[in-house]
Design a protein. Structure first.
Length: 180
C-alpha cells in the first residue's frame, strides 16, 4: 500500500510565520500566523489520519515564493495548484471565495446570495470557518453585514492585517460597490 504524505514547510517573511502544507496535487493547508506546528498536526490527524507529514522545503518553495510576493504587495492572485477537501457545499463556498477580488470584501449574506441559497448564511459562515487554505482561499475578505470583522481561524488581528495589506479602506469594509 502506498504511503500517503502531506509535505510541509515553515514559511517566514518579516512578521509572517505560518506552516504551508501540500499534497502531490497542490497546496492543501495554510496555518494561522504564529501558531505552532501542532495546529498543522491536529488538522492532518483530524482530516487525513492515514497520511504522514514530511518536511520538504524544496517541494513547497513555489508556494512560499508566491506568499512572499503577496506579503510584499507584488502579487494579487495565486497561480499554484490547490487541493482542498470538504463537503460539496463547503467546496462551493470556497469556490465562491475565489471570486472575491483582491482588495474587496463581501458579506456572508452576499456569499449565500451568490450560491443562490440566501437562507444559508450560517452554513456559509460554518463552511468559511472550515477553510483549510487561509489567504489563498480568501476567507479574510468576508466580513459581517454591519461591516465589522468577524470570525477568522487565524484571529481577527491577522484578518485585519491581511485587509490592510490589500488596502481595503476601513470605512468601506463591508461596502461592496458591485452589490445589487
Amino acid at each position: 500500500m502506498e504511503n500517503k504524505k502531506i509535505f510541509w514547510k515553515l514559511f517566514v517573511d518579516g512578521p509572517w510565520e505560518m506552516y504551508l502544507a501540500a499534497t502531490s496535487k497542490g497546496l492543501c493547508y495554510v496555518g494561522s500566523n504564529h501558531k505552532g506546528f501542532e495546529e498543522l498536526v491536529n488538522w492532518v490527524q483530524k482530516k487525513f489520519p492515514q497520511h504522514q507529514l514530511e518536511q520538504d522545503d524544496h517541494r513547497l518553495q513555489e508556494y512560499a515564493d508566491q506568499f512572499a510576493e503577496y506579503f510584499h504587495g507584488t502579487r494579487t492572485l495565486f497561480t499554484f495548484p490547490i487541493d482542498y477537501y470538504g463537503t460539496p457545499f463547503q467546496q462551493s463556498v470556497w469556490n465562491a471565495l475565489h471570486e472575491i477580488p483582491y482588495g474587496c470584501t463581501h458579506t456572508y449574506s452576499e456569499i449565500a446570495e451568490i450560491l443562490k441559497k440566501p437562507k444559508s448564511v450560517r452554513a456559509v459562515a460554518s463552511a468559511i470557518g472550515a477553510n483549510p487554505i487561509l489567504i489563498t482561499v480568501p476567507c479574510h475578505r468576508v466580513i459581517g453585514k454591519n461591516g465589522k470583522l468577524t470570525g477568522f481561524r487565524g484571529g481577527l488581528e491577522m484578518k485585519e492585517k491581511l485587509l490592510e495589506l490589500e488596502k481595503v479602506p476601513a470605512h468601506t469594509k463591508g461596502m461592496n460597490k458591485n452589490a445589487k
